[in-house]
Structures are given as C-alpha cells and as structure tokens.
Design a protein around this ligand. Sequence first.
Ligand SMILES: [Zn+2]
Length: 319
Amino acid sequence: MVGRLAPEAPTPHLRTLRYFSRTGFRASHQLQTGVRRGGFFVWLRRIMSFVHCHAPAAQPAAADWRLVVQGDRLLARPAPTTEIVLPDGAALAEWNANASAELHLGILNDRACWLHAVASAETAAPAGWEWHDTRALIPLLTAAQFQAVSCARMLHVWQNRHRFCGSCGTPTVDVAEERAKKCPRCGALFFPSASPAVIVAVTRGDRLLLAHNRNFRPGLFSLLAGFVDPGETLEQTIVREVREETGIEVGEPRYVTSQPWPFPNSLMLGFRATYRAGEIAVDGKEIEQADWFHRDALPDLPRPGTVARALVDAWCRGG
Ligand SMILES: [Zn+2]
C-alpha cells in the first residue's frame, strides 16, 4: 500500500509503522506508542490523517493516492456531494496525461500519497473523473484530505518557483536528505515555506466586524485578513490591518486556530480581537464595504471548512 518500501507487510498498521521507521519519520514513536496504549480505535483515529514526510527512496505504487493538480483544479470523482473520492495510481493507469514527475508527499489515511502535476489546462480528465475547482471542494474534503491537498499545492508552487537559484541564476538540484533545493554553484538552500497571514474576528459587544473585499462575489462578507509584514509580530499585523482597512482600533488579540491556505502558499493564523475605538471608514481599494453584524443577522459567509467560517461559527456559538 505504500509502494516498494513495505510490500511484504502483513497488516495496515504494521505497514505504516514500518514505513515510518524506514523513512525515519519523527512521529513513528508516537504512533507506535498510540497503538500499544489505545488499541485499534486510537490507531484508527491516527491513521485518518495526513502526515508530511520526506522519503526520497519511495516509489509510486498503484494503490497509492494521487493528488492530481492542474492550476487551481483538482482531479476527483464527478459531482461530489458528501465526500471527495481521490484517485489512486490504478485509476490513472490508462491515462495519457503529460504530467511532471510525481512527487512523494507523505501518508494520507495509511496510504502513501503523491503529487501528480499536470501543466496544460487542455488536458482531458481520465474516464470516470473530472476536474474540480479546488476551493469549491473545500467543504467536502476531510481535514486529512485538505491537509494533503494543501501540501501538494504548496510543494508544487515551491518546485516551480525554485527551479533556478535566486542569487546567481543557476538551475537548482534536489537535496537528498531533506525537502530542499540547493544551488550547485553558490550553495544557496531553498526550503518549502508558507507566507504567514492573520485573519481576525473583531467583536464589539454582541456584534462582529465583517467586510466585503472587492475580489469577493457579490454579497459575500468575511473577516479582515492580511499578510504579516517583515519585522512585524502577529499582534502588530492585526492592529495594522484592521486600522488600514476599516479605520477601527482593536486590542486584546488572542490566538484561536490556524489553517494552511494553499492559494498559493499561505498559513492563516486565526485570532479574536476586541473593538477599542473608531468608526468604520473602509479604504475603498481592497475593502469596499464593512459593518458590524449581529449573530442573528449575518450576511453571506465564506464556505464551511475555511478558517474564516470556523472563527465566525465559534463566535456564534459563544465560544
Ligand atoms: Zn546560486
């Protein structure tokens, strides 16, 4: 199930443990401890997950997951309604797509998973499968699937953007020991990275600050968000972004949760903050409209599965 690394393993959890032990993955000890202490159900919860790992010796197998990425699209079963079915290698065996070399990502629900990047938007999906807008699939992806898709998209972007050294322009090469690219001329190293961005639920009594960004569809409102500037703390970013976009002063920023956001490579850090002063005055450039909303009269909100929606829902529940 995990390629040539463990073809003879007799049971799924032993396959997983052997895989981790051979790849030297640091969670191996935790996983084995969980199996011993908690038995099958603890093990089951643990395998319903995605774990990134660097395994340069791994070889793609037919039963391994394939995350087939083309631009902002992802290959999945047609018309998903309740759950997303992703292809494995066998499903793509007859597919004559001009894909780049497959990249090992990690373990998704006890099976190895690979990025299968397709360059051309003209490439037809294989029989029985369809291209879907990745953002539209988010509410239907499991947490583990979303993490795997995020990893695939972010590593794909990293690969594309670091084919050449940013210092001297020489073509880079992959580093065997870790997930990195290296310049053979000047020695510069390039690791995968995510751009930190904050998103904040600003409350004023029993009302929440929501804004309409000019890039949103009509009627959609969300929380304020922005990238962290060089030299800034997360708390400073929150105060600056809310001030710049709405003219509102906030205080008491409190971290709540985080989420990878692979469009193309952000890490969203979710906060709560409290109104301090000011009246709404939108910047008119990025933010076209903003207002305070009561939980009983909320506008059209971002999709479930996003950190924005999770923060709003938590506030609605009184959390
Ligand atoms: Zn260089």
